[in-house]
Design a protein around this ligand. Sequence first.
Ligand code: GDP
Length: 179
Amino acid sequence: MHCQEHTHKVLIVGDKNVGKSSYVKRYVNGNFNYKQPYKMTVGVDFAVKVLQWSDTETVRLHLWDIAGQESFISMTRVYYKGASGCVVMFDMTEPSSFLHARQWKQDVDTKAMLPNGDPIPCILLANKCDLGMGCVSSEKIKEFSEANGFIGWMETSVKDNRNIQEPLRFLVENMLRSG
Ligand code: GDP
């Protein structure tokens, strides 16, 4: 039986401290280190996750987390190059990170595109939903997600292990359709 492997680059963007690297760690390794000291890595954290997509298909995800470069003013094009999907994350308890999600999405749309010129599929994640309702309401997030061309949005809690696999599964389904 012939086995097909697709490799895809997925960007994880959003303000500092919203939970991006915790998310990638949880998604890839299944653990959460809540006591992790504040880190300030400069560069890009890179992780690989291999999904058995079907009997004959494997999807290899290259996850690029912009560690410590979250001043969104200008991420270099190198970081975006060849990406076929993106996660924009904000912290539900931090309104400014929600405001900045628009800039992140715009940055992605201007610097990354599919070979046919279409924008790459992006999913919006409202993290830290374990901390109560947060300052950003579901209605606002839904409206924002639709107005800004996201394929969808989900509330997540990396801490409580809530909606960790689902968003990337949904994103990958979209990527495979559009790629
Ligand atoms: P990054 O700068 O976006 O990569 O954020 P980190 O992954 O370093 O997380 C920033 C802080 O938020 C850390 O102290 C994490 O432990 C914490 N954190 C991440 N996800 C959650 C979550 O879902 N709930 C709560 N309460 N804290 C979280």
